[in-house]
Design a binder for this molecule. Structure first.
Ligand code: 2NL
Length: 365
């Protein structure tokens, strides 16, 4: 028995040491420790031995089983390391091959212009204010000095919600972002310096009008505010937005119920390669004027409607179409394309998400 066990140990450990593959290791494990394995067979003989013999042979057989189990694990580990080394030596990875990226998204021109506006006006000390797109007629019209019978209510081609019969304020889709400014004046103590960008709605639809469009309005309420502050602010804004120093402005008398006096703001343009380009121009030869903004001094009735004393607080306000600003700056010609959702248009005109409008030069103020 002693010689048999020693011989078996020598044979098994020798074979394990000589094994050159994981398959061979597995075969040796089955041969020694499997159900019908050599060591398994020896363990079974322990039951038939006398207590004295079992006391002698038990530790020897168990010792052999442990030695073989350990040798199998060690050889298996060594073979796996060899296999990995061989793979690492033979396989190469070309780190210069192009990566198959998912198509990146891009920033819509309207969003880009909104970000630019926020940056420019932040430099001038303006905060961005937002409010509901579903409004009541008090915030959208009445507080802005547009009473029930006023033609401007019809002029604005308002989308109204059906009346609920409660006699409460009529609900509508805001026709401008002015109600955001009204809400700010009602809830915030002056001085106020805000811009209100956002979606607005009018039942209008042709090449230059879409039922939903974007507007930005600005509002300043403080003591001693004059038309001079308005003109300087708009000039500074337009120079920064169009990135040109030669911006010329023309303020044309106009009428809005919510401002007095009111002025339409035109910007000079010149013709370059058959296209209108903002900057220079105006009344000079080959130049012309383009209307870009409406503005004025906030009507005392509007200030009073918001609970402020018009003898103490004055201000100016202005409004313009963001879609129109985007078209002028980035040379797009059909407004409807803005909202068609055609991915090819967006690939052409969209902005990289990394192209953030930092305007690091500031407004030069
Ligand atoms: C235009 C004209 C304008 C305003 C908007 C305004 C807001 C308040 C008080 C007074 Cl709360 N005015 N907004 C003033 C003048 C013109 O917009 O042509 N928009 C596209």
């Amino acid at each position: 028995m002693t010689t048999d066990l020693d011989q078996l140990r020598q044979d098994l450990l020798g074979s394990i040491d000589a094994a050159t593959g994981l398959d061979a290791i597995e075969a040796l494990r089955v041969h020694a420790l499997g159900k019908a394995g050599a060591i398994t067979g020896l363990l079974k003989t322990l039951g038939g031995m006398s207590p004295e013999e079992r006391q002698l042979q038990g530790p020897r057989i168990h010792g052999l089983r442990e030695a073989v189990t350990a040798a199998l694990a060690e050889r298996k580990g060594a073979l796996e390391r060899l296999a990995l080394d061989a793979r690492l030596a033979s396989e190469t990875l070309d780190m210069t091959l192009p990566v198959d990226l998912a198509a990146p998204g891009s920033v819509h021109p309207v969003s880009q212009v909104m970000d630019e506006l926020a940056e420019i006006f932040a430099d001038l000390g303006f905060a961005v204010a937002t409010g509901p797109e579903i409004e009541d007629d008090w915030h959208n019209f009445t507080a802005l000095n547009i009473p029930e019978s006023h033609p401007a209510r019809a002029m604005h081609d308002t989308f109204y919600f059906p009346e609920d019969g409660s006699g409460e304020r009529k609900m509508l889709l805001r026709t401008h972002t002015s109600p955001v400014q009204i809400r700010t004046m009602v809830t915030q103590k002056p001085p106020i310096r805000i811009i209100a960008p956002g979606r607005t709605y009018r039942s209008d639809s042709d090449a230059t009008h879409t039922p939903m469009f974007h507007q930005v309005e600005g509002l300043v309420i403080d003591k001693g505010i004059t038309l001079g502050h308005l003109k300087w602010t708009l000039e500074t804004f337009l120079k920064a937005f169009f990135e040109r120093d030669d911006i010329v402005l023309r303020l044309r008398p106009s009428y809005f119920p919510f401002t007095e006096p009111s002025a339409e703001v035109d910007v000079g343009y010149t013709i370059q390669n058959g296209k209108r380009v903002i900057g220079g121009g105006g009344d000079t030869a080959g130049g012309g004027w383009m209307e870009v903004l409406g503005s004025g001094m906030v009507h005392p009735k509007v200030i009073a409607a918001c609970g402020l004393d018009p003898d103490e607080w004055q201000g100016f306000a202005f409004g313009c179409g963001i879609d129109r600003l985007a078209m002028l700056k980035y040379g797009m010609d059909d407004l409807r394309a803005f909202f068609d959702g055609d991915i090819r248009w967006l690939r052409h005109y969209g902005f990289s998400a990394l192209d953030v409008p930092t305007l690091s030069g500031g407004v030069g103020a």
